[in-house]
Design a binder for this molecule. Sequence first.
Ligand code: HEM
Length: 416
Amino acid sequence: LENQMPREEGIDHSISLLKEGYHFILNRSRKFQSNIFETRILGKKAICMIGEEAAAVFYDPAKFQRQGAAPNRIVQTLFGKNSVQTLDDDDHKQRKEMIMSVMTPEQLDSLMEMTKLQWEQSLDKWSQMDNIVFYEEVKELLCKVAFKWVGYPLHENDVKKMTKELASMFETPAAIGPSHWIGRTYRNLAEKKIQELIQNMREHKVKFPINTVLHQFAFHKDKEGNLLDVETVTVEVLNMLRPIVAISIYINFSLLALHQFPKQKEKLKAFKDYPKMFVQEVRRYYPFFPFVAAKVKQDFTWNGYQFKEGTLTLLDLYGTNHDPNKWEKPGEFYPERFAQWQGSPFSFIPQGGGDYYLGHRCAGEQITIELMKISLDFLVNRMEYELPEQNLNFNLDDIPSIPESKIILEKIVRSR
Ligand code: HEM
């Protein structure tokens, strides 16, 4: 039995997608009263889907592939060429294993220690200042941590520049025009520096500790015993550096949540399990990664709908985390909803769904949660601050969405 998928008329809706941002798929899904519909993006037919059931299909590697799915502009800024995000099947499996191999408990512990130390140092610095722009400061904080963790401590003079280069990769992918080109240029600059470093490591011109991401990736051998080419190693090292800096978006939203929902602070201080629930709710409630894209691998039918080979398909991550069929009062910030949560690989997917090893689910999800918890502890228990009058609005039309003022803090002192 075949169903006709609800279809949006018109030649192309790419501009609306960029303009409506996080609401593009949700708006249409509501209008059509359907968790699936057809539209046109980048001049071609595209399918958009929302929800747990749709996510389970989207993450079935027999049905969808990544190769050729992401628009060039995203590859050129966010992912990098030939990155793990663009691979399928065995190529993906091998690359993902290399990436997951640095996520050992020891390496996570050392990342967490570095983060705590850097928070202490930043807090000392902020206590001497009249005010700070929290988002900008946290990006720098995380940039230092990220470089140290991958095994290449940054010189203090390079921190600002490097932070800018890495941040532009996740701040500009959806931009049209000049800002997008800035993102591209900064990726090229960052890639060049790291390529040189890896080359020098391989030629033993510089020495690096062995239990570091840089060393592990630079000397990783594939099944045939070959080293990866320098460009690919670089792209994957950046795949660690860039998103660690991007956690600043969520840490910024954590602070905003504490401000918007003042009762949360007492609960965070009172209940041991509350920080984890709070962090999960920040990742569910606030927008960050809007959707993921894949292509239909071969013709199949799902719920009576036909999927034709090669069709671009978008899975709405933000929409799935706000799906009223799954979440009670999705528009409310309510961390307690995670107290009874059983876990599901497909309903709560701020960082993608499915399995870390078998699919494309975010390799850094655990890192994200842990670094958010550490930062929340500082915000709640270790420092005091005030927010002066400012515009804290964030716009769901912008990808990524960041509070207008980037959150100005003043009167920062250590808690007694
Ligand atoms: C993939 C989100 C942090 C490394 C992804 C995907 C999303 C995502 C949506 C794509 C899932 C898919 O294609 O189906 C986020 C968000 C983060 C974050 C919102 C919060 C800041 C991190 C961190 C790291 C990381 C901290 C590493 C240190 C990766 C890698 C992939 C990925 C390597 C590609 C996985 C693959 O294609 O198999 N992330 N991520 N991410 N993320 Fe993250």
